[in-house]
Design a protein around this ligand. Structure first.
Ligand SMILES: O=C(O)C[C@H]1C=CC(=O)O1
Length: 92
């Protein structure tokens, strides 16, 4: 099943730059692994915001929840998920 997720990240103002940098590095590794596994199909930055749109190809809602809640930044994210179905006009 395909899902579109929008993730907005907000760190507490009290978080140190070192801790933020550590989260960014952990996130990059986790995200890279998901992409290599084919579970994250794409990820795009929302221009001007600390947010992304990303597309997931996973078995079901439960697997998506496991993937999303595994992000190191998960406690600092607001996530909105939209399930995707094939559009009848798609030529792919
Ligand atoms: O930079 C971000 O958008 C936050 C984070 C969420 C997924 C990911 O790969 O990075």
């Amino acid at each position: 099943m395909l899902y579109l997720a929008r993730m907005d990240v907000t760190f507490p103002e009290s978080m140190s730059p070192e801790t933020k940098a550590d989260f960014v590095a952990q996130e990059k590794e986790y995200s890279g692994n998901l992409q290599r596994e084919g579970k994250m199909v794409d990820i795009w930055r929302v221009v001007g915001e600390y947010a992304n749109y990303s597309v997931y190809d996973v078995a079901d809602h439960d697997e998506l929840h496991a993937v999303l809640s595994g992000f190191p930044m998960y406690p600092y994210m607001k996530i909105k998920v939209t399930p995707l179905a094939k559009h009848p006009n798609s030529i792919k």
